[in-house]
Ligand binder design. Structure first.
Ligand SMILES: *Cc1c(COP(=O)(O)O)cnc(C)c1O
Length: 391
């Protein structure tokens, strides 16, 4: 049995998105910047996609900038706020220890350019509070950036509250909503955000395309210079097939949000019930404010990598954390940030579901994880030590 349970890394393109893209890949080949009819037809599709996406997140079409994905949107958001901050002599940024590397590595680069960064600790529930952010705010803070939902543990942050605080203090607020959009309700005005990042391939859209929402009135910094596309803020001929596919996928995800959420929670609860009784296991992050389809667990005495390989041999695609950290032997920075001890963080497993999965497939995961954990522990010196210390 095949079970793809790594939807936080990427998702399968939906049929709706594919069907929307096909005519753009064949007939609607014009350049939206061209003045002739062929170009203008392409432009109509581009602007319709912009309007559809804006509507899904409660924004105005003029506030939507197309990018090459979530990473570029994150980079552009941070660079935009910092360019404004620098002009006013404000060079302090607040973020959290469990952000995606697209944020953390951009912050590293900004530090080298003279910005000061405060990374707020995350509670062991996997949540950062508005109070934590308030305590870090200084006179010279120019930007707060906190992710809406964490990509490894699935916890959802109190974005609206943090946004309200930032608005009161006159500080720009960005959120990386890549894991949230299409999975939980996202509305830029309810959330009090100034900037928000989106990536299509996390909600059954194509890869290599995303959106940066920037609130009207904020002077946007361009990362790529060239032509006047995206109102001069992102040069390069638009990836129209991908943009149209993204809009179709997002519309569908938003329309089906309630039914998909219900399905995902049923599937995830099946996994939790099946796996929670494994000896010396834990669920990472509180399930109280959480994405419906993500579950992250640790099993003491085993290596996450071995677990993944043996699950893969049984047809199950899962992850030990983010795709970006897999392949390195360091434990996940997210698990360390929420206080999971290093030796336990090594034995992590992230199962991220899609609404098209079935209970039979969940059953296959439960049986396989139990067997593989049991097998790996039977050959693990670490597990032997844990057991001998129990006595
Ligand atoms: C996947 C992801 C990104 C990166 O998006 P890309 O489109 O792959 O560049 C950024 N942030 C989070 C939280 C993600 O899950």
């Amino acid at each position: 049995m095949k079970v793809y349970a790594d939807n936080a890394a990427t998702t399968k393109l939906s049929n709706t998105a594919l069907e929307a893209m096909l005519p753009i890949l064949t007939d609607i080949y014009g350049n939206p910047s061209s003045l002739h009819t062929v170009g203008q037809t392409a432009k109509e599709y581009l602007e319709k996609a912009r309007e559809d996406i804006a509507e899904c997140i409660g924004a105005d079409a003029k506030e939507i900038y197309f990018t090459s994905g979530g990473s570029e949107a994150d980079n552009q958001a941070l660079r935009t706020a910092c360019a404004i901050g620098a002009r006013k002599g404000k060079k302090h940024i607040i973020s959290t220890k469990f952000e995606h590397h697209a944020i953390l590595h951009t912050l590293n680069a900004l530090e080298k350019e003279g910005f000061e960064v405060t990374l707020v600790d995350v509670h062991n529930t996997g949540v950062v509070t508005a109070e934590d952010i308030a305590n870090a705010i200084r006179e010279d803070t120019c930007l707060v950036t906190v992710m809406t939902a964490n990509n490894e543990i699935g916890t959802v942050q109190p974005i609206a509250e943090i946004g309200k605080l930032c608005r009161e203090k006159g500080i720009y607020f960005h959120t990386d909503a890549v894991q949230a959009v299409g999975h939980i309700p996202v509305n830029v005005s309810d959330m009090n955000v100034d900037m928000l990042s989106i990536s299509a391939h996390k909600f059954h859209g194509p890869k290599g395309v995303g959106v940066l929402y920037i609130k009207k009135g904020i002077p946007v910094k361009s990362l790529i210079e060239g032509g006047a596309q995206e109102r001069g803020k992102r040069a390069g001929t638009e990836n129209l097939p991908a943009i149209v596919g993204m809009a179709a996928a997002l519309k569908e995800a938003c329309e089906k949000l309630d039914t998909n959420t219900e399905k995902l929670i049923t599937l995830r609860d099946y996994l939790i019930n099946g796996l929670k009784d494994i000896e010396r296991s834990r669920i990472n992050g509180s399930l109280e404010h959480h994405l419906p389809g993500t579950l992250n667990m640790c099993f003491e005495g085993i290596e996450g990598e071995s677990l993944l390989l043996l699950l893969d041999a049984r047809g199950i695609s899962a992850s030990s954390g983010s795709a970006c950290t897999s392949g390195s032997l360091d434990p996940s920075h997210v698990l360390l940030a929420i206080g999971v001890p290093v030796e336990i963080a090594h034995g992590s497993l992230r199962l991220s579901l899609s609404e098209d999965l079935t209970i039979e497939q969940m059953e296959h995961i439960v049986i396989s994880v139990k067997e593989v954990v049991k097998y790996l522990r039977s050959i693990s010196p670490v597990w032997e030590k844990i057991k001998s210390e129990e006595k």
